[in-house]
Design a protein around this ligand. Structure first.
Ligand SMILES: C[S@@+](CC[C@H](N)C(=O)[O-])C[C@H]1O[C@@H](n2cnc3c(N)ncnc32)[C@H](O)[C@@H]1O
Length: 465
């Protein structure tokens, strides 16, 4: 292991917990959620690995320095004291961007030029030159001045991580790739159950599902700024990429389908799927009302039209009501719906088992989760066997269950399935306590959690007893 860096990953509002969970599952150290970011540590290889594997993060930063500053002089001096020459070469290009929040220094533009000057002055002095050509690899310096504390970071991702590279065409209101992946992880999707997105648009949800089902790193075919840095040797990047290529199982069995009433959307989905190497996803044109499923115990996961415009309201309300009839015909299928429609549950005719507030771009949405139609409370919780990752056992019970067990989003109103849902919540609370207990012990003792031989997941208190 080389030098250890302080790293931080950003995610869309409301999804930091999902990113933190991903980091832990991937085996990163010192994972901690703070101020809408997730802090962790790692060496050069880990910087590449985080960029390559995180499905829900927007960017990964290297944190260089934190210091207090209430004046421009303090801002300048703090930056000038940092050894930038350890990162930025004589010919490297570097840009400075950032934000100011609740601080004495609130002019982003002034902070930006002062920091650029502080860094440039120091580099000129160290390299014995009068000007910097900035013609080589890029270092993107990011600052935040929050509550009079400056944080200086380097953006290791370059382009946002949602840009996987497969989405080249646009449809109306596409979902971010990172958000689609987060919805799938929240739903506990692990490639085993059949999955249908009846409103697939440009195919984002099915394609992200394919990446999960085949254990394909979302960033496998793209570059990151850090791979050009001298601190990240080429052979390190190649090794991390090689490991990811070896994990990818394009021949894994799965059942993923995307439907859309618009033939143009299906054409776009097919094009994107081809670009992602995901030709085995079934994309078909069709109205959700005509959908029939032959498989059992699958997941509907979608973001249908929201009906933001007044003239679309009646149509969308009818669509949601019809959608429920279609979903009800599918035996044992859970439903997950992302919409901004505040009346969704009323129109859909049922209170959700769990809800989560999220943003789709700038639009405030809610992710409605229905675990019903499952044969038992245990099934409802979706407690599935963990998937092997790096040879370690990985307890991947769905976050939906975690959300429900936390009881944050109180279930209100009458439910048609009150009894199983209560059973599920009770079961899951116990199960969560078991998991948390295992993890705490693991952190304290540095040991692996106990696991059941059959599933590889940590044992529940009941099983241990
Ligand atoms: C919000 S967009 C989905 C975007 C998609 N998640 C993506 O990432 O590109 C909603 C989609 O629902 C489709 N749609 C609208 N009414 C439909 C219906 N009755 N049946 C099936 N699809 C429908 C629209 O054509 C549109 O592509």
């Amino acid at each position: 292991m080389g030098q250890t860096y302080q790293l931080t990953a950003t995610a869309a509002f409301g999804l930091e917990g999902v990113t933190a969970r991903e980091l832990r599952t991937l085996g990163f150290a010192d994972v901690k959620t703070e101020n809408n970011r997730v802090a962790f540590t790692g060496d050069a290889a880990e910087i590449v690995r985080a960029n390559l594997w995180l499905r829900t993060a927007e960017r990964v930063y290297v944190v260089l320095k934190r210091y207090p500053a209430r004046t421009f002089t303090e801002l300048f001096d703090g930056a000038a004291a940092y050894p930038w020459e350890e990162w930025i070469g004589r010919d490297s290009a570097f840009i400075v961007n950032g934000k100011c929040v609740r601080s004495k220094l609130m002019s982003v533009r002034d902070c930006q030029s002062i920091l650029k000057k502080a860094i440039a002055d120091r580099l000129c002095r160290k390299y014995g030159v009068k000007w910097l050509p900035e013609t080589a690899e890029r270092y993107s310096v990011v600052f935040s001045v929050t509550d009079d504390e400056v944080t200086l970071m380097l953006d290791s991702s370059g382009e946002g991580l949602h840009k996987r590279g497969y989405r080249t065409l646009n449809v109306d209101a596409p979902l971010r790739e990172t958000t689609a992946a987060a919805l799938l992880l929240l739903a506990g999707y692990d490639g085993v159950r059949p999955l249908i997105d009846p409103f697939c648009g440009s195919g984002t949800i099915p394609i992200e599902a394919y990446f999960i089902a085949t254990d394909r790193a979302p960033g496998l075919t793209r570059d990151f700024d850090c791979t050009a840095w001298k601190q990240v040797p080429e052979q390190v990047t190649e090794q991390v990429r090689e490991q990811a290529r070896n994990r990818y199982r394009p021949d894994a069995s799965f059942s993923i389908s995307g439907y859309d009433v618009d033939p143009q959307a299906i054409a776009v989905s097919l094009r994107h799927a081809r670009a992602a190497g995901a030709e085995r996803i079934r994309f078909r044109q069709g109205d959700v009302r005509d959908l029939r499923v032959s498989e059992k115990n699958g997941l509907f996961l979608c973001n249908p039209p929201y009906g933001e415009r007044l003239e679309e309201r009646a149509e969308v309300e009818k669509l949601y009501a019809d959608m429920k009839k279609v979903f009800d015909r599918a035996e044992g299928w859970r439903r997950y719906v992302l919409t901004s429609d505040k009346n969704f549950e009323r129109i859909f005719g049922r209170k959700a088992d769990a809800r989560r507030k999220l943003y789709n771009g700038m639009i405030e949405c809610c992710f409605y989760q229905y675990f019903v139609n499952a044969p038992s409370g245990k099934e409802n919780g979706g407690v599935q066997s963990g998937k092997e990752e790096n040879g370690k056992s990985d307890s991947k019970q769905p976050l939906t269950g975690e959300t429900a067990a936390r009881g944050k989003e109180k279930q209100s109103g009458k439910s048609l399935v009150a009894a199983p849902r209560e059973r599920f919540t009770r079961y899951h609370r116990t199960y969560r306590r078991g998991i948390m207990g295992c993890r705490e012990r693991q952190r304290e003792t540095g040991t692996k959690p106990e696991s059941t031989a059959a599933t590889g997941r940590p044992v529940t208190p009941r099983e241990r007893a």
